[in-house]
Write a protein that binds this ligand. Structure first.
Ligand code: ATP
Ligand code: FE2
Length: 331
């Protein structure tokens, strides 16, 4: 079964095609980059409307499949920015009607988790989902992905992006900050904000900007921020492993591209005798292939919707989405 998936929750417009073994046949993406500051939802949506038709064509060409071979059209139903979600959903509805194929709504967060999980080959890991808008430690149980811990303010990626812009850079901040951090040598203490299973970043944002005003070099700031922020994520992930008696961790989301985060998680997990896995970077950041794969799982479990019931859900939470394709493992 070959599915086409459309991602358009925020900055990225992307179309991906996967087969029923989760082999990625193609990804065609284009990112809206604000001229200055953060995302403007309407402008981002216009970008997606303009780009998605040619991304569909490109994805089909690269995958070398014809529309006749596409067995379902999946789209990100939420969470995300309303205008951006509607742009992707409109294209998905059009294709489903045109090709007479089932329309499959997908939760964006569950898609990050499922593509990482299938590629990992690990059955029941703890999932660390770290992206722009989300920072969650997730475990599966009782028919849902349960959020054990999460950010109490902004997502870690949004924090990195905001910080980088405040330090004179441009969006996206995460990869640039990673390059800068590699040149850092001196660790400066920053607010380490872990509250039980939750984390917060706004104190660190304020403190880092203040240190920058005091003349601390940017590489040292980046190094200190990465060490502190990723240390917080490692702590709550380790607590989840201990309490849920799990051994393995799978990373997902754009921030999971980060080499320091990957190696800090790996060190913690291997120290406990488990395994950790992070997907290739092209599948950590927002992409249509993860939507297609989650759509494949949902369709195989009989979940598709008529156009009239395909409204987007900008605030849809990870733990509200039924996952009928997963079977319960013993606790
Ligand atoms: P979500 O809706 O899942 O929150 P998103 O819109 O944030 O998705 P993603 O592509 O999942 O999109 O994540 C983008 C984030 O990942 C950005 O904040 C970006 O700075 C961050 N990021 C990308 N590469 C790296 C990296 N190498 N190190 C740290 N952060 C990174
Ligand atoms: Fe994402």
């Amino acid at each position: 079964m070959v599915l086409l998936g459309i991602e358009s929750t925020a900055h990225t417009a992307s179309v991906g095609i996967v087969d029923d073994t989760a082999r990625v046949l193609s990804i065609a993406s284009d990112m809206y980059r604000p001229v200055a500051g953060g995302i403007h939802p309407r402008e981002a949506a216009n970008h997606h409307v303009d780009l998605l038709p040619e991304l569909v064509t490109r994805a089909l060409e690269t995958a070398k499949v014809s529309p006749r071979e596409i067995e379902g059209v999946a789209f990100a139903q939420g969470p995300g920015l309303g205008p951006c979600l509607r742009a992707g959903a409109t294209v998905a509805r059009t294709l489903a009607l045109l090709w007479d194929r089932p329309l499959v709504p997908v939760n964006h967060c569950v898609a990050h988790v499922e593509i990482a999980r299938v590629l990992s080959g690990l059955d029941d890991p703890i999932l660390l989902y770290a992206s722009g808008g989300n920072t969650q430690v997730i475990v599966y149980g009782g028919g849902r992905y349960r959020v054990l811990g999460e950010t109490l303010d902004v997502g870690i990626g949004n924090f990195l992006d905001k910080l980088w812009i405040a330090l004179g850079g441009t969006f996206p901040g995460g990869p640039a900050l990673e390059a800068e951090a590699k040149k850092g040598t001196e660790l400066h203490p920053l607010p380490y904000s872990v509250h039980g299973m939750d984390v917060a970043f706004s104190g660190m944002l304020t403190a880092t900007i203040a240190l920058s005003g005091d003349g601390v070099p940017r590489p040292d700031l980046a190094y200190s921020v990465e060490s502190t922020a990723y240390g917080m994520l490692v702590e709550i992930t380790e607590r989840a492993l201990a309490h849920r008696r799990r051994t393995d961790v799978v990373l997902g989301g754009g921030v999971a591209c980060n080499e320091r985060l990957r190696s800090m998680v790996r060190e913690m997990v291997e120290g406990r005798g488990g395994r950790s896995y992070a997907p290739p970077k092209s599948l950590c950041v927002d992409n249509g292939a993860m939507i297609a794969w989650a759509g494949h799982l949902a369709l195989r479990a009989g979940r598709s919707v008529p156009v009239e019931e395909s409204a987007v859900l900008p605030r849809q939470r990870t733990d509200l989405v039924p996952t009928p394709w997963r079977t319960e493992l013993p606790a």
